[in-house]
Design a protein around this ligand. Sequence first.
Ligand SMILES: Nc1ncnc2c1ncn2[C@@H]1O[C@H](COP(=O)(O)OP(=O)(O)OP(=O)(O)O)[C@@H](O)[C@H]1O
Length: 442
Amino acid sequence: MFSLKELLPSLKTLLSAAFVMLVSPVVQELIPPVIRDYLFAIFRRRFTLIIKEKCGLDRNEIFEAATTYLRTKVTSDSTKCLEASKTIRQKKPTFDVAMGQEVLDRFGNIELKWKLMEKGDQSDHVKKDRQIVRESYLPEIIRRCETIEKEEEMVKLYSREPDCLNGLAWSSVNLEHPATFEKLAMEPEMKKMVKDDLDRFVRRKELYKKVGKAWKRGYLIYGPPGTGKSSLIAAMANHLKFNIYDMNLSGRLSDLQLRKILLSTSNRSILVIEDIDRGADLNDRKRRDELFTLSGLLNIIDGLWSSCGDERIIVFTTNHKDRLDPALLRPGRMDLHVHMSYCTMDGFKLLASNYLNINGDHQLYRQIEGLLANVEVTPAEIAEELLKTCGSSDEVVRAGFVKFFEQKKLEKAKAADINRCRVKKGNTCHIDESVKTEKFKE
Ligand SMILES: Nc1ncnc2c1ncn2[C@@H]1O[C@H](COP(=O)(O)OP(=O)(O)OP(=O)(O)O)[C@@H](O)[C@H]1O
């Protein structure tokens, strides 16, 4: 499962930053410096535009677009100090503006100087060219940023930082989860159904408009831990190139706060609410402390998204579908219910092809088929086992799996024994000592 929190940079560092853009008319290179300085002094019409990273609690889209846009500028010779980074999965390094470094840009006949600064380190200049910057240059940067993101096929993962601003602000990292539909072990028909459903959904803007329906789609993904629910969400995001918003519902949130959080999510995104069964108390929260319920949350989302116009996806995940509020399962609430099952033989073959490059038939399969029929194992467990033996001989892989399944069978027998021994007394469960087997007395 991709851990959302670990990937995030400290929000405090980010909040302390702002781009400062100094704007002035371009002075021709050909003019001798003395005259140029003189002209500059006369026609000085510079102004400073401060672009803070946050608009109150919300993300500042211009700041984010500027960061992406300036990445395409900082490799020029004029930039002396860059910040370089490259994660394992990135094909090439990324160069960002370093704190305090100036970056020059031109737009028509105006010259722009960008600087990333600590908050508070700002100065004032005379106002002019403001209109061009505001009405042409900044919209152009946002447009270019969209193009860059499309070309680089960047998918972002947004999370709420619980310790900062009461968890009302989003911060993002690039989603580098490698999951794709092709690599996902799940029922082939179900996989096809989800993929086709997504493709159909994004194609149907006009239809949604025509019938007066909000252009949104809801998925409930359910199944035991380790069956690939998070991997499926990452595969969906990678397939559509949609950003993910991981809506962690822990902590107290009022309707108003919830609205604020939801309003600051962008279009073409997947809003994820994981493990809704864990917040089982969400079902009756309203009655207890006037906070939202899951159904209430869906109502808010319906209301907000009806007016946003662009495509949105919401995904709920749960390990226990049976524990959910029936209001959530009503037809029309979630458009598609997706079951992620224990590993099947098809799933095993796909994982073996991913990890061991086994394609087509293999002698290992006949033995595994028999073993899989008797115990429930998750794709995560199989993947872990394959990782251990990956690169070894067929014999080592086979022996590894025989041992693995024996262990699983033993665990299953143990669990069955314990279940048999359990007797319910009032609200608590006890092991009935009289029927406890020798094996478990220790
Ligand atoms: N269906 C699958 N296909 C391929 N790999 C899988 C699958 N399920 C699990 N895995 C592997 O196991 C890891 C953990 O799976 P994942 O976090 O997606 O499961 P989950 O169902 O979301 O679990 P949880 O309910 O605990 O959040 C994945 O990173 C992947 O390597």
